[in-house]
Design a binder for this molecule. Structure first.
Ligand code: HEM
Length: 360
């Protein structure tokens, strides 16, 4: 598609698809021409905001979400990873036993929600990222109804947490968000609740897929297990290459704010544009030998965390979790193999890329 129809209009989905690296990059770096604004005002969150509102909110949440604050989580993330692996037997399902619980536990601890509520978090975040099995209006409607119900439950839940923190602040992200201010402006209760919901939706399945996709490449190319165990210093570049090669998010949507030319096609104001990060990450004009996995690839300007003003806020956390997950795994396990004869079920989605199960 990148070669044959680099920029095309899909009548069935009523949107543009953009595949080449340079075009995807151009779209993501131009929020004026390509807007992120979608959805009802009540569900407004960072992802669906344009400047200047986006700058204000992002500056505020950045204060509570600094790379240094994230780095301090490393020892705790290691404990969680070790706990999960020590509970698993000689055979485990990577997704169920390790890659799914790890980010959910980390996010709930970061937010400061009671540990007894964690199993609800997984169910809620699964509904938030679920996509329709087919493109019919009924399937879409069903998904939207489930999502609205979940957002309602989550709103009630976080409003309760906010009330508790208002009378008794703690050393957690919710309390930090309630206190953060810029030029005397604080976040409203609705903004904090929306942000907490966004963290669940944006941070859980993506990180689960990063860890699962890392396992996948380690079993597809088993010599990597030996090489990384011997030289753990290369794990960060390995993780970047997993992000490029098997991106947890393969596509990012925008809406054209004006008529604009991309790759020789005229995109009209108001048209939906889907940028295919998964295709851009394999563009031979940007990456040498793009279909090969090189654990030491450098530079590696993949766009799996997006690009520009919406660049993933949680990237330092996702990288840290991915790093610790693989490092701990290689300390605990050797010669990891896929269990033969089991069906591996891919996630059906045009947005995320991962597996529903991975028995090893
Ligand atoms: C934004 C990917 C993990 C929070 C984004 C975007 C991408 C992305 C592609 C940009 C979307 C756009 O431009 O419209 C990923 C991947 C992850 C990951 C691949 C894991 C490997 C996380 C985590 C968190 C998080 C762990 C938080 C706990 C966010 C937030 C935004 C965002 C809040 C919105 C930023 C903004 O609009 O300014 N992520 N993400 N993400 N991500 Fe992540």
């Amino acid at each position: 598609l990148r070669r044959e129809s680099p920029v095309r209009f899909d009548e069935n989905r009523n949107c543009w698809d953009v595949f080449p690296y340079e075009d995807v990059h151009r779209i993501l770096k131009d929020p004026k021409m390509f807007s992120s604004a979608r959805g009802a005002a009540a569900n407004q969150n960072l992802l669906f905001m344009d400047p200047p509102k986006h700058h204000q909110l992002r500056d505020l949440v950045n204060k509570a979400f600094t790379p240094r604050a994230i780095q301090e989580l490393a020892p705790r993330i290691r404990d969680i990873a070790e706990d999960l692996l020590s509970q698993a037997g000689a055979e485990m399902d990577v997704v169920h036993d390790f890659a799914a619980p790890l980010p959910v536990i980390v996010i709930s601890e970061l937010l400061g929600v009671p540990s007894s509520d964690r199993h609800h978090f997984k169910q809620w975040s699964d509904v938030l990222v679920e996509s329709a099995e087919d493109l019919s209006d009924e399937a879409f409607e069903q998904i939207m109804q489930k999502r609205m119900k979940t957002v309602g439950e989550l709103t009630d839940y976080f409003q309760g947490i906010l009330k508790e923190r208002a009378s008794e602040p703690k050393d957690d992200l919710v309390s930090a968000l309630m206190q953060a201010e810029i030029e005397g402006e604080k976040l409203s209760e609705q903004e904090i609740v929306n942000f907490c919901i966004l963290l669940l939706a944006a941070g859980n399945e993506t990180t689960t897929n990063l860890i699962t996709n890392s396992f996948r490449i380690l079993t597809e190319q088993p010599q990597l297990q030996v090489e990384l165990a011997q030289d753990p210093g290369v794990i960060p570049t390995f993780i970047e290459e997993v992000l490029r090669y098997y991106p947890p998010i393969v596509s990012i949507g925008r809406v054209a704010s004006e008529d604009v030319q991309i790759g020789g096609s005229l995109i009209r104001k108001g048209d939906q544009v889907i940028t295919w990060v998964g295709a851009a990450n394999r563009d031979e004009s940007k990456f040498t030998d793009p279909d090969a996995f090189h654990k030491l690839r450098k530079p590696n300007p993949h766009m799996s965390f997006g690009f520009g003003i919406h660049f993933c806020l949680g990237a330092p956390l996702a990288r840290l979790e991915g790093h610790i997950a693989i490092e701990t795994l290689l300390q605990f396990c050797h010669d990891i193999k896929l269990v033969p004869g089991r069906e591996i079920v891919p996630i059906q989605s045009s947005f995320v890329f991962g597996l529903k199960n991975y028995p090893v």
